[in-house]
Design a protein around this ligand. Structure first.
Ligand code: MN
Ligand code: MN
Length: 458
C-alpha cells in the first residue's frame, strides 16, 4: 500500500536536519538566561521590557496615537504585558495574537508572616497555584518580590540566587519519626499550614527573641518595618538555576518552564517577524494569574485586552467587533509530556512526546470537555498549512487520559470574545514541580510555530 497516507509521529531528531538541532541548542542558551532572570511575573516584565527597548518598542498609554509601523507595549502595573506591532497591512486581517503567562506556581508569604517557635524564626505562607506540597520541602529556596512602603517606595527583594546569598528552607519529617506521616495520602502528607519557611535561629544579645533579631536584620537590609509586610508581595521559589539535563544535554531542567517556555518563544517569534518585515499586526500577551484562575486586574479575565483592542480598532476606524472577528490566537501554554514512569495516566495515541515538536491541543479542560474552547477544525486546517509552509514539526495531543484529571489555560477567556483560539505549547515532564524538564528541540519548534502563525499569508 501507499504508506504516505499514514500518519507517523516521529522525533524532531529524525525529521529535522542537523542545522535545526544545532539552532535549537543555541536558542536554548538565551532561554536559560531568561529563566534565571525572570522567576516571577514582575521580574519577567522587567526582563522583557529591557528586550523590547533594545528593539525600539515604546510604552503605550491609553489616548496615545497608534499607526502603521508602531512597536508598542502596555505595561499593566508591572505584572503583565500586552506587546503589539502594527504591520504594513494595518489591521484588515485582524490581529495575530500569542497569549502565554509569566506567573508560575510558587509559595507566597502571608501578609503577617514572621513568627518564632522552638527557637527558630519562620515565615507563614499561602501557596500560589497548583503545587504538590510535598515537593517543596527540604530543598533550597529563594525569596523574590516587592515591598511597597506607605510613601509609595518600591523595595525589590531577591535573595537566595547569588552564590554568596543565604537560602531559605521548608522542613520535612525525618524518616525515623515519619511512620504515621508516611501512611497519609500524598496530598495530606504536607499540609498548607506546614509550609513554614525557616529564616533564622540566632537571638539578639540583649533580647532572647529570634524573631526580633530577624526583623532587625530585615529592617537593616531593606529599611522596612514589620507592618510593611501588609503591602508586600513576597514569593518563595526554588533557588535552583536552569541547567542542561542528560549526557546529551538535549533537555533543560528549571523552575517555571510553565509558562516561560511559551512566553519566551512568543517574544522571539515576534522579534524575528518584525525583523523580516511581517505585514500583519501582531500581539504578544504575557499574562499574570493564570495559575490561580486568570482572575484579578492582571489576569486574562480582566477587560484590559478588550480596551487595547478597542483602542487599536479606533485608531484604524474599524469596529472592534470586526477586528476581533478577524483576529486569531494561539494560547501558548504547556501540556504534559508522556512520562513512561507513570504511563497509567496517559493515553499514548493522543499524548505529547518529549522531543516530537510543539503541541497543538484542540481542547483542554476536563471530564467531557468541560471548561474548554475546543478549537474549530477550520482553524486547525489553516494552522496545519501555516506549519507545513515553514517546516514546523508539531504533534497533536491532549493532557492525559479522559477521566484522569485535567487543566485549563487562558484560551477560553480569549475565545469568548469571538477570537478564534487554540492551545499550542511545549510538552513538560513533572509540570508544576519545583524543577520541571523540557526538550530543547520542542522549545525551538514552538518558536518556529509561533513565527509561522504570525507570518502566514492566507
Ligand atoms: Mn501554564
Ligand atoms: Mn500551570
Amino acid at each position: 500500500m501507499n504508506k504516505d497516507i499514514l500518519y507517523k509521529k516521529e522525533t524532531v531528531y529524525r525529521k529535522a536536519d542537523k542545522v535545526t538541532v544545532e539552532s535549537a541548542f543555541a536558542y536554548a542558551e538565551g532561554y536559560k538566561k531568561f529563566l534565571d532572570a525572570a522567576k516571577t511575573e514582575r521580574e519577567a516584565v522587567k526582563a522583557v521590557i529591557t528586550m523590547l527597548e533594545a528593539k525600539d518598542f515604546r510604552e503605550y498609554r491609553f489616548g496615545d496615537k497608534i499607526k502603521k509601523g508602531d512597536r508598542l507595549y502596555y505595561n499593566n502595573r508591572g505584572k503583565n504585558l500586552f506587546i503589539f506591532t502594527i504591520g504594513s497591512d494595518g489591521v484588515k486581517d485582524g490581529l495575530r495574537i500569542a497569549a502565554s503567562h509569566i506567573d508560575a506556581p510558587r509559595i507566597d508569604l502571608k501578609q503577617c508572616p514572621l513568627y518564632e517557635d522552638g527557637g527558630m524564626a519562620f515565615f507563614k505562607t499561602h501557596y500560589y497555584g497548583g503545587i504538590r506540597k510535598y515537593q517543596w520541602v527540604a530543598t533550597p529556596l529563594a525569596l523574590h518580590g516587592v515591598v511597597i512602603t506607605k510613601d509609595g517606595n518600591t523595595i525589590d527583594v531577591c535573595i537566595g540566587e547569588k552564590d554568596e546569598d543565604p537560602v531559605f528552607y521548608i522542613s520535612d519529617l525525618l524518616p525515623h519519626l515519619g511512620r504515621e506521616q508516611a501512611k497519609l495520602p500524598l496530598s495530606d502528607a504536607i499540609k498548607g499550614e506546614q509550609l513554614n519557611v525557616l529564616v533564622g535561629n540566632m537571638p539578639e544579645d540583649e533580647d532572647d527573641s529570634v524573631k526580633n533579631a530577624v526583623m532587625a536584620l530585615i529592617n537593616e537590609k531593606y529599611g522596612i518595618t514589620e507592618d510593611d509586610f501588609f503591602s508586600s508581595e513576597l514569593c518563595v521559589v526554588p533557588a535552583a538555576k536552569a541547567r542542561d539535563v542528560g549526557f546529551d544535554r538535549s533537555l533543560i531542567g528549571s523552575y517555571g518552564h510553565d509558562d516561560r517556555v511559551c512566553a519566551y518563544p512568543s517574544l522571539t517569534a515576534l522579534f524575528d517577524s518584525i525583523d523580516t518585515d511581517c505585514t500583519h499586526s501582531l500581539m504578544c500577551i504575557l499574562a499574570d494569574k493564570e495559575e490561580t484562575g486568570s482572575d484579578g486586574v492582571s489576569g486574562m479575565q480582566s477587560d484590559l485586552m478588550l480596551d487595547i483592542i478597542n483602542a487599536i480598532a479606533d485608531a484604524f476606524g474599524i469596529s472592534p467587533a470586526l477586528l476581533r472577528a478577524n483576529s486569531k490566537c494561539l494560547s501558548a501554554d504547556v501540556s504534559a509530556g508522556f512520562d513512561p514512569t507513570f504511563p497509567d495516566v496517559f493515553e499514548k495515541m493522543n499524548s505529547a512526546f518529549v522531543g516530537c515538536g510543539t503541541i497543538f491541543t484542540k481542547y483542554t479542560g476536563s471530564g467531557g470537555k468541560g471548561s474548554t474552547n475546543d478549537a474549530n477544525p477550520e482553524f486547525i486546517a489553516w494552522l496545519r498549512a501555516a506549519m507545513e509552509k515553514d517546516g514546523v514539526i508539531w504533534q497533536s495531543a491532549e493532557l492525559g487520559k479522559v477521566d484522569a484529571g485535567g487543566g485549563g489555560t487562558v484560551a477560553k477567556y480569549i475565545a469568548k470574545h469571538n477570537i478564534e483560539t487554540i492551545d499550542l505549547g511545549v510538552p513538560v515532564i513533572a509540570m508544576h514541580a519545583p524543577y520541571e524538564v523540557v526538550s530543547k528541540v520542542d522549545v525551538y519548534e514552538t518558536h518556529k510555530a509561533i513565527k509561522a502563525f504570525y507570518n502566514f499569508d492566507r
